[in-house]
Design a protein around this ligand. Structure first.
Ligand code: ADE
Length: 315
């Protein structure tokens, strides 16, 4: 068979069979420019599928949102907000799923995204029971780096959890699902209201004052670090209500043998006052982003090569 790039060049020259609504006709991309493959995930308003761009043979994930369904449930604005968030994040960070193109037809909105071939971090945790300390440390560092980037761009994720942390072909993290993300004014960054995320990762300030800020993502980070190492939720009640009670009372305990430095990190993230969380302080303070990166649990992390170093084995 011809080498990969030869085939690619050949196929990009090959005329397309489609007669109308084609990129070669109107200069814009459409669904017909992709070969649709298997379903990768399904949400309430969207389906994510594996696609191959016909012209380049490049693989992507495509998020398809049904316009009628969005309209009937008043979610059109949410879908547009997700697109705007992805556009604001641009192509600037390896740990965040990138939007390559967005287009629409009569029925659907389409977001062409980075494909993360190794699926959700959640499935890894479930399959393995829990992650090794080395592995948890690596994903904690990648998540901090991605969070720092999105926060610097004025984006709050608001629904961080292992289901929204995908793993690419090199088992590096890609944060996805900005459907509940919030764009804040980069200059003033006021707290924002209304959206409530997944019960186990919701911050106390959201439950009590209905407020979220960047710091709510740091609370969720604490919950994710706990879950990677313990293999279970930090806060889990028999109902959503009881889970929320535990969060408000900061009622959680570490299992026997939990890494001491990881414990210390989590204790400094699962803090009731959002302003006091590690990473939430203003630059130069004792609990700013630099202090979070410098936490002893992360001492062995080389931040300069974090996205080029091979991922530790998941074993
Ligand atoms: N599931 C949801 N989004 C995905 C993506 N971008 N890549 C792979 N699987 C996904």
């Amino acid at each position: 068979p011809p080498p990969d790039d030869a085939r690619r060049r050949q196929s990009s020259r090959a005329p397309s069979k489609s007669k109308s609504r084609n990129s070669s006709v109107n200069g814009r991309l459409g669904a017909e420019d992709f070969e649709f493959g298997e379903i990768l995930g399904e949400g309430s308003y969207s389906t994510v599928l594996h696609v191959t761009h016909r012209a380049t043979r490049q693989e992507y994930a495509i998020k398809v949102l049904d316009k009628g369904h969005l309209k009937r449930n008043n979610k059109l604005q949410t879908a547009l907000a997700e697109k705007n968030t992805l556009v604001r994040l641009g192509s600037g960070h390896p740990g965040i799923v990138r939007l390559h193109w967005a287009f629409q037809d009569e029925w659907s909105l389409y977001f062409v995204l980075d494909l993360a071939k190794n699926g959700e971090l959640q499935s890894r945790i479930t399959r393995m029971g829990s992650l090794s300390t080395t592995c948890a440390r690596y994903y904690t560092a990648q998540l901090i780096d991605a969070l720092d980037y999105m926060h610097s761009r004025g984006v709050i994720h608001r629904d961080l959890k292992p289901e929204n942390l995908l793993l690419d072909d090199a088992f590096r993290i890609k944060v996805t699902d900005f459907g509940t993300g919030k764009l804040i004014d980069i200059a003033t960054q006021p707290a924002t209201k209304t959206f409530v995320g997944t019960a186990q990762y919701v911050s106390p300030e959201l439950l009590e004052a209905n407020e979220t800020s960047k710091s709510s993502d740091l609370w969720a980070l604490g919950c994710v670090v706990y879950q990677m190492i313990a293999g279970r939720f930090a806060f889990q009640g028999l109902s959503e209500y009881l889970t929320w009670q535990k969060i408000k009372q900061l009622e959680y305990t570490f299992p026997e043998g939990f890494d001491e430095q990881a414990k210390d990190l989590i204790k400094h993230l699962l803090v009731r006052d959002p302003l006091e969380r590690l990473g939430a302080g203003p630059p130069g303070s004792t609990h700013d982003m630099a202090a979070l990166r410098a936490h002893p649990f992360l001492a062995s992390i080389d931040w300069a090569t974090l996205w080029t170093d091979p991922a530790p084995s998941l074993e």
